[in-house]
Design a protein around this ligand. Structure first.
Ligand code: ATP
Length: 326
């Protein structure tokens, strides 16, 4: 299947901090499971890139290849210009990865956990201690800095994980489902932190999520993956346009001075109008995109007065479901 590309021409190669070329991963004895299938796309510096797909689509496998935890079966990835197989150490230096809470030491405090992790990086002790305090403050854990993290809630653990991922002041942050399993308030805190990191520190963020409203809120570009293949890539508006062009749009219409039956008949005769339905006094006209002016003209010509004519806005959830063919 061909990927629906919505890239614009002004994107130069220089801006790409993640380059993925024919990236493929097969599992199984005879390599029969293709988890990631010839992915090709780029992520630009400063993007908050949302990688979305159903369970088992291949998101985690892709991210693991990008950070050098899995070797590709085919193709390659470059992160900050470094090859994900041969230059993993360089990649580790400039990236942060949201860790699995299972890897934390529950009987150590937040400060001690971060200190342990920070020692993996080359930093003098003063810089390290200051950074630990600064990061725990940033993620709202300053009051819990000397508490054992074994007693932390799931939301606190996620925020602690974000602080850990930021210890080396990374250029690129990988967040696999950063808000899964946490309550709405905690999830909003994480989203605000992600936005803040992008806005204030210019960190490029590559995140996966099952929450389309979350992705719509925080991501500047989105890649949709299904069965290991990239289906579409672009901004929310660009993805929406793919569906608008492909499947048409719904116009919502309220009109005076003409009977609805007359109007339904007239609209149904128009080229590009596929279906007309009445919904609680509003007409829903399913038509090709770009038909608004034509519809308005038809109604005016028939003596109707339009009090409302707007295109129904598709949210990312609806766009996603249509892209994957559900
Ligand atoms: N080590 C492995 N051995 C065999 N198959 C695997 C392995 N890791 C992943 N897979 C398979 O690869 C496919 C992609 O899995 P992956 O975890 O990347 O999906 P995902 O999009 O991250 O899903 P989720 O949203 O559930 O986390 C799935 O079919 C999965 O079962």
């Amino acid at each position: 299947m061909q990927t629906l590309q919505t890239e614009t021409k002004d994107q130069t190669r220089d801006e790409n901090v993640i380059e993925i070329q024919n990236l493929t991963k097969r599992f199984g004895k005879q390599n029969t499971i293709t988890a990631v299938d010839s992915l090709t796309f780029n992520v630009k510096k400063g993007d908050v890139f949302g990688f979305v797909g159903q369970n088992g689509a291949g998101k985690t496998t892709t991210m693991k290849m990008l950070i050098g935890l899995l070797e590709p079966s085919d193709g390659y990835a470059k992160v900050a210009g470094y090859d994900s197989v041969r230059e993993v150490i360089n990649i580790r230096e400039v990236t942060g990865v949201l860790p699995e809470p299972a890897g934390f030491y529950g009987n150590l405090t937040a400060r001690q956990n971060l200190r342990f992790y920070a020692k993996l990086y080359d930093m003098d002790s003063e810089t390290r201690e200051n950074r630990i305090v600064e990061l725990l403050e940033m993620v709202g854990l300053d009051d819990a800095i000397d508490q054992k993290i074994g007693g932390f809630s799931t939301g606190m653990l996620k925020r602690f994980g974000l602080a850990q991922a930021l210890i080396n002041d990374p250029e690129i942050l990988f967040l696999d489902e950063p808000t899964s399993g946490i309550d709405p308030k905690g999830a909003q805190m994480m989203r605000d932190l992600i936005k803040q990191l992008s806005r204030e520190k210019d960190v490029t963020i590559f995140l996966s999520s099952h929450s389309m409203s979350e992705v719509e809120e925080i991501c500047s570009r989105i890649g949709v993956i299904d069965s290991g293949k990239l289906l579409a890539i672009g901004t929310v508006d660009q993805l929406r346009d793919i569906i608008r062009e492909r499947e048409g749009v719904n116009y919502l219409l309220e009109v005076w001075d003409i009977s609805y039956n007359d109007m339904v008949e007239k609209l149904n005769l128009m080229d590009g109008v596929h279906d007309v339905k009445t919904l609680d006094g509003t007409l829903q006209v399913h038509a090709d995109s770009g038909m608004r002016a034509e519809i308005a003209k038809t109604i005016s010509k028939s003596g109707g007065t339009i009090s409302r004519l707007e295109e129904e806005r598709m949210d990312l959830q609806s766009v996603f479901l249509k892209l994957i063919g559900s």
